[in-house]
Design a protein around this ligand. Structure first.
Ligand code: MG
Length: 248
């Protein structure tokens, strides 16, 4: 069931969104080659808890950390640990805060040091596909319009699209209905109405759609070992157009 949020629900979600955005900003400021993915997780935990919020990924379905930190060929659900970031890596940091019972969820893929131009372009294009999809999230549009926008934007540039995972509704739960896939047909699916809150999150591979889960049962990687980017915002649907609730 898709839940419609009241004004007071939205106020708390905006606060949760702000805290999550600040966590990403802090990670970006402190990011450097040589740090571990666990170092990033510590920063995220510190920022979120310093605002009286809780890191909502911690314990979610049993996940053992406050952020999913995925490096290079890791697509999503990277478990923070001893892996060190090298110059030229990319790292996606996916996180969320729960504030007064209401959730946020956002992700950004950062370049570490000097990253090759084609990889930087992957990041730029994946982020641009997110913003194009956000623009499609208008009252009266359909979910398929969002999905199709991501797919069209990324396919036309030759990238692979991860199809086994998708965006989602969000509110009192981190993952609510509806599912928001990164591929689909324009003009199809549920109509967007005012007060819906959804996460749009393109997961885009340099080439090829295929991904699989590592033996740790969490980390999803590309089948061919190519780089993968992931960007996510939490969006409120309004009569005046989409509002980015996790704006940095
Ligand atoms: Mg999400």
């Amino acid at each position: 069931m898709v839940s419609i949020k009241s004004k007071s629900d939205i106020e708390k979600m905006l606060e949760a969104g702000k805290i999550a955005a600040e966590a990403l900003n802090t990670v970006e400021k402190k990011l450097h080659p040589g740090m571990t993915t666990k170092d990033i997780d510590k920063i995220v935990h510190q920022v979120i808890t310093s605002h009286g919020a809780t890191p909502n990924f911690l314990g979610l379905y049993g996940f053992p950390a406050s952020a999913c930190v995925s490096v290079n060929e890791e697509v999503i659900h990277g478990i923070p640990g001893s892996r060190r970031l090298n110059d030229g890596d990319i790292v996606s940091v996916d996180l969320g805060a729960c504030y007064k019972g209401w959730n946020s969820d956002t992700c950004y893929t950062f370049p570490v040091g000097n990253v090759k131009p084609d990889v930087l372009k992957l990041l730029e294009d994946t982020n641009a596909s997110l913003y194009a999809a956000i623009e499609a999230a208008q009252v009266g549009a359909r979910l398929g319009d969002i999905s199709h926008t991501v797919e069209e934007y990324c396919r036309s540039r030759g990238y692979g699209i991860v199809q086994n995972y998708c965006g989602h509704g969000i509110g009192k739960e981190v993952h609510e209905d509806p599912e928001v896939p990164n591929h689909g047909r324009a003009g199809h699916g549920m109509r967007l109405v005012e007060g819906m809150t959804i996460c749009i999150e393109p997961m885009i591979n340099m080439q090829g759609d295929g991904v699989h889960t590592m033996p740790n049962k969490w980390t999803v990687v590309t089948d061919n070992g190519c780089m993968s980017a992931h960007f996510e915002h939490m969006i409120l649907i309004t009569a005046n157009g989409p509002v980015i609730m996790t704006k940095r």
